[in-house]
Design a protein around this ligand. Structure first.
Ligand code: SF4
Length: 325
């Protein structure tokens, strides 16, 4: 017996990196056992910030290949592409009629986007949270996993649902927030969050040699200038990564670092080795799946048809409530 239905979406950003894996994908995989999961590649959302859209399709393929190789299972979960279930745009339009403008213009995320792309302040940016509410409610998800910083976005969805249900009668499911600890994974520079656009990332599918090269560029304790200087693992990003990928050695590394009994170069080599070993099954599965991209598109088409079955049911109820013929 499943605990409920989870919805989560991610923009098609192409090959995934270690930050994506630790911050989202491993959680997606874990939730599949306890929940009925609906995982969506939100390509329409991506249009709000993209000016060049020619890579959307290949980015979708690369991302879903990583998802599947990491253990997201189309037998257990519905995995699909947002734009392949067009009912979401219909629900978005209907929900936009019960969403006061002031709610949208006041949102800090909208103001931040306007600052980030002053030359492309499109309507989609403003309506983004309404489309998000449509994503969640179309599939009758009752649970949405979010980090603490994302909770206000979901609260917005809950407000729209309450408003719709108040106007038209109980129809949409008000999703509950499932606060989840998403580790904030810093990039190779140790200063900024790991991000493809900043180039401070390590791709999950990197071959071992490339992975080692990237790890060797990681910033360590800046006060440790010589091999004989004792290190401070608590300020070292390499050490944080050992916490994720070297659980059996982490205590020894901490002790040796503090006593200057291990150098940073050796410490990074150990990390690169452990990282590469942990991801070996992932790389193998990805190579296998990548040899037949049609299989991935078939999985997404099947996901879209299962998602459509739920979406049609919701839209029939919504239209009846609203009074549309
Ligand atoms: Fe960081 Fe390892 Fe160097 Fe210590 S030995 S400062 S944990 S890289």
């Amino acid at each position: 017996m499943k605990k409920g239905r989870v919805f989560s979406g991610a923009r098609p950003t192409g090959r995934q990196h270690i930050g994506n894996y630790l911050g989202a994908i491993q959680n997606y995989v874990a939730l599949q056992d306890d929940y009925e999961c609906v995982y969506c590649v939100v390509d329409l959302h991506a249009l709000t910030t993209l000016t060049h859209t020619e890579e959307l399709k290949s980015n979708t393929l690369e991302m879903v290949l990583d998802w599947l190789a990491a253990g997201m299972d189309p037998e257990k979960s519905i995995i699909f592409v947002q734009s392949q279930v067009p009912q979401v745009t219909e629900l978005h339009t209907i929900l936009s009629m019960v969403t006061p403008m002031g709610w949208l213009t006041r949102l800090p995320t909208f103001k931040e986007r306007v600052r980030m792309q002053p030359d492309n302040v499109n309507y989609g940016l403003l309506g983004y949270p309404v489309l998000m509410a449509a994503d969640i409610t179309l599939y009758k998800a009752d649970t949405v996993p979010v980090g603490e910083d994302q909770a206000p976005h979901l609260e917005f969805t809950r407000e729209i649902v309450r408003r719709f249900n108040h106007h038209f009668g109980p129809t949409l499911v008000e999703p509950r927030i499932k606060l989840t600890a998403f580790p904030r994974v810093m990039g190779l520079d140790g200063v900024n969050k790991m991000s493809k656009s900043l180039g401070n990332h390590i791709e999950l599918a990197s071959p071992p040699e490339e992975m080692e090269q990237r790890v060797m560029t990681m910033v360590t304790d800046p006060q440790r200038r010589y091999r004989s200087d004792p290190g401070r693992p608590e300020v070292c990003n390499v050490f944080t990564f050992h916490g994720f990928f070297s659980p059996e050695q982490v205590q020894e590394i901490e002790r040796d670092c503090r006593k200057a009994e291990i150098g940073c170069v050796d410490c990074k080599r150990t990390l690169a080795r452990n990282l590469s070993a942990r991801l070996a099954p992932f790389r193998e599965r990805r190579a296998e799946l990548g040899s037949d991209p049609k299989l991935v598109w078939d999985i997404l088409a099947d996901g879209a048809s299962r998602a459509t079955a739920i979406a049609e049911g919701t839209m029939a109820e919504v239209k009846a409530r609203v009074g549309l013929p």
